[in-house]
Design a protein around this ligand. Structure first.
Ligand code: PRP
Length: 180
């Protein structure tokens, strides 16, 4: 079988991403938190870089927690079926919760996350996504903080993968398949 070369073109460079995260961090900090630390949820694996950088821009008490979901499994198209691969290790009842995602594309993952987390009785539930791709929307989800609204392009890097590769790129790029 013929294999096609893959190319990554810079879409959002590291400085642009870092500047925007500092702005969002300041907005979230300005709202503060209640009596208990803000529960900041990293949605594995894609949001890991964004989560780590955003968390360091939050100047308020936090609990950092991890939730694993997957729906793309090696494809560039959402399968539509979201799976929980790792659950939270903290009870979020009556807590203020911030979900941190790398991208909202069809919205199916976020819709699923909101359903399962709402059912656990948090005091508040907010959503922060670095990227929003409205062109592929299949379901409406409320987004409290959006880093960048992007075109209908397949993005990789800074946590986002194609077939589990490219997550470690320090910038966000678009994936293009050969010849060049
Ligand atoms: C990606 C991304 C979001 C979701 C968004 O996760 O991290 O969670 O897809 O797409 P949607 O809005 O169409 O549902 P993926 O399932 O690829 O898992 P990963 O985070 O481990 O890469």
């Amino acid at each position: 079988m013929e294999t096609q070369a893959e190319f990554v073109d810079t879409y959002l460079d590291a400085a642009t991403v870092a500047n925007r995260i500092a702005e969002i961090g300041a907005q979230i900090t300005a709202l503060g938190c209640g009596n208990q630390p803000l529960v900041v949820v990293c949605v594995l694996k894609g949001s890991v870089m964004f989560f780590a950088d955003l968390a360091r821009q939050l100047n308020l008490p936090t609990n950092l927690v991890f939730l694993g979901v997957s729906s793309y499994s090696g494809s560039t198209e959402s399968s539509g079926a979201v799976r929980l691969t790792h659950d939270l290790t903290l009870d979020i009842r009556d807590r203020d919760v911030l979900i941190v995602e790398d991208i909202v594309d069809t919205g199916l993952t976020m819709s699923y996350l909101l359903d399962i987390l709402r059912a656990r009785g948090p005091n508040s539930l907010r959503v922060c996504t670095l990227l929003h791709k409205p062109a592929r929307k299949r379901v409406d989800v409320p987004l409290d903080y959006v880093g960048f609204t992007i075109d209908d392009v397949f993005v990789v890097g800074y946590g986002l993968d194609f077939d589990e590769r490219y997550r470690n790129l320090p910038f966000i790029g678009t994936l293009r398949f050969g010849p060049n």
